[in-house]
Design a protein around this ligand. Structure first.
Ligand code: 5GP
Length: 114
């Protein structure tokens, strides 16, 4: 399983990386849906949330906590933000490496079925 996100993690294609540690990488989305749109991606291959198991609980928690920490560091935590994981077709997932979207910087609209 190799995706565009694996290539970004390996530095084979460029991305604006805003955070990295031993577990995950965070970089700006190429097609931002809000003034701030950052993707938090585990280095371990996990195609979808549906493919995750109990052994991934800590790693998935790390994605959420890294996003919260980034929001505090960048100064928009109090104003608010949204985190989203899209899963499979109806969820709108297009890249099959688990990732968490962090959206912020403006009042966000409702979401759900179009
Ligand atoms: P999904 O639709 O799978 O939940 O989210 C995939 C996201 O990856 C999309 O928001 C899309 O804009 C972003 N994306 C796709 N290809 C690239 C890329 O090459 N670089 C970056 N930085 N983001 C990408």
């Amino acid at each position: 399983m190799d995706t565009i996100f694996h290539k970004i993690i390996r530095r084979e294609i460029p991305a604006e990386i805003v955070y990295e540690d031993e577990h995950l990488v965070a970089f700006r989305d190429i097609g931002p849906q809000a003034p701030v749109h950052v993707l938090f991606v585990p280095k371990q291959t996990i195609p979808t949330l549906d493919a995750a198991g109990p052994e991934h609980a800590e790693l998935i928690g790390r994605l959420a906590l890294a996003a919260a920490e980034y929001a505090r560091r960048e100064g928009f935590a109090e104003a608010g933000y949204r985190v989203v994981m899209n899963c499979n077709g109806h969820g709108g997932q297009t890249v099959y490496q688990l990732h968490l979207h962090l959206l912020a910087g403006a009042q966000l609209g409702h979401f759900g079925a179009a």
